[in-house]
Design a protein around this ligand. Structure first.
Ligand code: GUN
Ligand code: ZN
Length: 449
């Protein structure tokens, strides 16, 4: 038997298996009140009740001085998965007044130019990863900037804590300031070098990251296609159908293509591990294409509301059976926090008469996000053999939350109140690869030494 390196006591909630219909989540809910989870290094080897587990623990081979991380009054859930976020927009979150295209020009492009500097990239990478961890997010699919330095810095910081992270440098060769443009040849060369350096190293994966159709020439998209063919297990990560002005622009630029998605599809950029952020204004044939190619959507409610882009149709994604994960889309998104993101997702549902249950919401933020990234064999719940990435939530941290919690009866109600009222204060501790990487009450207010 494996050596037990850590034992965690608390109340555990997760979803056992993906489902095909939202009505079926209830049957997949696992809630272990006063449970025990046993870890061996970075993996989960057992989860069950404390009573059962205590005996097992007594018999198990343990590392000397094994202690029990005791979270008896807390709720432990799988680490959150953020399927779309821009780390080089952290410092411009909450920028006033514009919708997508003007917002890019006025705020985003100037900000991203700072990432030519390796030192700046390193500083911001640390800040960014700390923000993910203090919000309980343990895996993310991340946009860098066009500069390879930006991605080197981020991967380096993530590798130091053996985090599961997918990222890539932006590829773009038109419709942005010169300082952010490259030629297709440069783009290929820099991307190739980053893949060689980082892809499949520790828990890191690379994502080919053409920003979106309007900043990509045919020659650039052709480079992305060739790289995707050469490295079939790298991701492809881009934006699709976010804003109506963007749609008309794409139509003008590509009159030969019937739909926005066709532009990517014709270059072979649909399929497994192809992730499209937003997808707000798709027509039926685009939905069908996403389904038929088994592509993935990142649903980014705080961004879609903040930029006034539109409402994502979650119900349609069930009808069409398309993989969906949650994305914060910082800095168009207004929070790193997945609880707040789920709360906004619920409201997006409300505006379309779709009832997002707490079980479905937490699924999208954990196992569903993992499945969206084809990582559900590794992360997303507490099944034996999964990687030990999890977050300890404290359900009542304010007078209002406590009052409301005492007035909620079922698990579904407690979770719903947590996502509706919750934020980063509710994240008590975060574990990555079986190690504690964030403790809210630690003296430095950051990672424990
Ligand atoms: N479309 C192209 N680039 C971006 C970006 O940086 N953020 C968002 N939200 N949409 C985009
Ligand atoms: Zn984005």
């Amino acid at each position: 038997s494996q050596i037990i390196t850590r034992a965690v006591r608390g109340n555990f909630f997760d979803i056992r298996e993906p489902v095909l219909r939202p009505e079926d989540f209830e049957a997949q809910v696992r809630y272990v009140e006063d449970g025990l989870m046993l870890l061996s290094g970075g993996h989960i080897v057992w989860l069950g009740s404390w009573q059962e587990g205590e005996g097992r623990l007594a018999l198990a081979q343990k590392t000397a001085g094994l202690e029990i991380d005791d979270y008896r009054d807390k709720l432990i859930v799988p680490g959150f998965v953020d399927t779309h976020i821009h780390y080089p927009q952290t410092e411009m979150i909450g920028a006033y007044g514009e919708q997508l295209l003007e917002w890019l020009t006025r705020y985003t492009f100037p900000t991203e130019q700072q990432y030519h500097c390796a030192d700046y990239s390193k500083r911001m990478s640390k800040f960014f990863l700390d923000q993910l961890l203090l919000n309980g997010t343990t895996t993310a699919l991340v946009f860098g900037t066009v500069h390879p330095e930006s991605v080197d810095a981020l991967f380096k910081e993530a590798s130091d804590i053996n985090m599961r992270l997918v990222a890539g440098k932006v590829m773009m060769d038109k419709n942005a300031p010169d300082a952010l443009l490259e030629t297709p040849d440069e783009s290929e060369r820099d991307t190739r070098a980053l893949i060689a350096r980082w892809h499949n190293r520790q828990r890191l994966s690379y994502a080919l990251t053409p920003r979106f159709a309007p900043t990509s020439s045919p020659a650039l998209l052709q480079k992305v296609r060739l790289l995707k063919q050469e490295f079939p297990d790298v991701y492809m990560h881009t934006h699709l159908s976010e804003n109506v002005a963007e749609l008309s622009w794409v139509k003008e630029m590509h009159p030969e293509h019937q739909h926005y998605l066709d532009v990517y599809h014709q270059y072979g950029l649909t399929g497994e591990r192809c992730v499209f952020a937003h997808c707000l204004h798709l027509d039926d044939s685009e939905w069908d294409c996403l389904h038929d190619t088994d592509s993935t959507i990142a649903f980014c409610p705080t961004s879609n509301l903040f930029l006034g882009s539109g409402l994502f149709n979650l119900q349609k994604s069930w009808q069409k059976q398309v993989r969906v994960g949650m994305g914060t889309d910082v800095g168009a998104g207004t929070t790193f926090n997945m609880l707040e993101t789920l709360s906004e997702a619920y409201k997006v549902g409300q505006l379309q008469r779709y009832r997002l249950s707490a079980f479905e919401a937490f699924y999208h933020a954990t196992l569903g996000g993992a499945r969206a990234l084809h990582l559900d064999d590794k992360i997303g719940n507490f099944n034996t053999g999964k990687e030990a990435d999890f977050v300890v939530l404290e359900p009542g941290v304010s007078a209002l939350q406590k009052l409301r919690a005492t007035n909620s009866k079922t698990l579904a109600e407690k979770l719903f109140v947590l996502m509706t009222l919750g934020d980063d204060r509710n994240v008590y501790s975060t574990y990555v690869d079986g190690e504690q990487v964030y403790a809210r009450d630690a003296l430095q207010g950051g990672r424990p030494a």
